[in-house]
Ligand binder design. Structure first.
Ligand code: ACO
Length: 319
């Protein structure tokens, strides 16, 4: 049986940071409000000349180095993003060029904060079916570009970043099971409705969110998909060594851990350092867990995430 195994991880956060106190100088908020409601303390903001593909390419190079894989060996590139460099071409092709390679398929997937779950599941299917042997899967977003910096209910929550994994075909267990779901009936809870038409931006080009609505939906959907992916793999929550959740909000990820009866010391937690980095948040957390030495070879990981659409999913991995 062929598995897709994680050969290496990498990540990148822009140098510029914005603390809660910095934000309190821009909008009517406080460190106390943001910390209690979300657990976020800090976020990173891309420089004016830093594009989504720059963040993605740096995270990708770090993952390739960690995997001991040359860029030329990669035969599939998938970038999960909802803040691409441009409408087209796909950011994945721009990353491909930045890595100095050509020829392999390269495309983007867009499932907002669930993007990395969709991208890694797609790459897993390519590897299991023999269509690819070594895949680069990247989550990268620059949400600072779609923030309304006068809206305190959203601008305190998000930051920029990128994370990447190199997946390789292996006889050893890697990705064990995956489950993706979506329900377009809930689109109104979280969207950036603006678009370019006839040379003009029509509609609001900033992120809009019904915070309490998102919270309620996310807590329920994540608990269910996490429970189901574990059960469908014939496993139990006690067998999970690390929960690697989408880092949107401390209270949401704590609620998933509680539902699975996992103690918080089994949860990789990075939300305090960079806020919600959308598609980048799960691979950023994964890379942090791996580089800190917490996540070790042989550990069973549960990755899970949810975002606009709504779209959500969970992936069970033997690291
Ligand atoms: N600072 C101070 N006060 C604020 C701020 C702020 N940054 N933002 C909103 N408020 C005020 C509101 O105006 C409101 O004031 P009012 O009572 O005078 O009207 C009050 O705080 C409460 O507002 P709520 O929106 O009801 O606050 P809530 O307790 O629900 O917390 C939050 C808001 C943190 C956004 C919460 O709803 C949440 O975490 N939702 C999930 C959002 C999320 O994670 N989105 C990410 C994208 S989707 C995903 O990745 C899962």
């Amino acid at each position: 049986m062929t598995y897709a195994k994680i050969l290496g991880t990498g990540s990148y956060l822009p140098a510029k940071t914005l603390s809660n106190d910095d934000l309190a100088k821009i909008v009517d908020t406080s460190d106390e409000w943001i910390t209690t409601r979300t657990g976020i303390k800090n976020r990173h903001i891309a420089a004016d000349d830093e594009k989504c593909s720059d963040l993605a390419a740096t995270a990708a190079r770090r993952a390739l180095e960690a995997a001991g894989v040359e860029a030329a060996e990669i035969d599939l590139i998938i970038v999960a993003t909802s803040t691409p460099d441009m409408l087209f071409p796909a950011t994945a092709t721009i990353v491909q060029k930045k890595l100095g390679i050509a020829g392999c398929p390269a495309f983007d997937v867009q499932a907002v904060c669930a993007g990395f779950m969709y991208a890694i599941t797609t790459a897993n299917a390519y590897i299991k079916s023999g269509l690819a042997k070594k895949a680069l899967v990247i989550g990268a977003d620059v949400f600072s570009r779609i923030m309304d910096w006068t809206d305190r209910s959203t601008c305190v929550l998000f930051g920029d970043g990128a994370g990447a994994v190199v997946l390789g075909a292996s006889e050893e267990p890697g990705i064990l099971h995956s489950k993706l779901q979506a329900d377009g009936n809930y689109r109104h809870l979280l969207q950036t409705p603006g678009q370019i038409a006839n040379g003009e931006i029509t509609g609001v080009p900033f992120l809009q969110m019904d915070g309490p609505g998102v919270f309620k939906f996310a807590v329920k959907a994540l608990a269910k998909v996490a429970e189901e992916v574990i059960a469908e793999a014939g496993m139990t929550p006690e067998q999970i060594d690390w929960l690697v959740p989408h880092q949107a909000n401390y209270r949401i990820l704590e609620s998933t851990a509680k539902h699975l009866k996992l103690s918080m010391d089994k949860v990789v937690l990075t939300v305090q350092e960079h806020g919600n980095t959308s598609a980048a948040s799960i691979p950023l957390a994964l890379d942090s867990g791996v580089r800190s030495g917490s996540i070790k070879r042989g550990h069973t990981l549960l990755l899970e995430g949810i975002g606009g659409g709504f779209a959500w999913g969970a992936v069970l991995v033997k690291y």
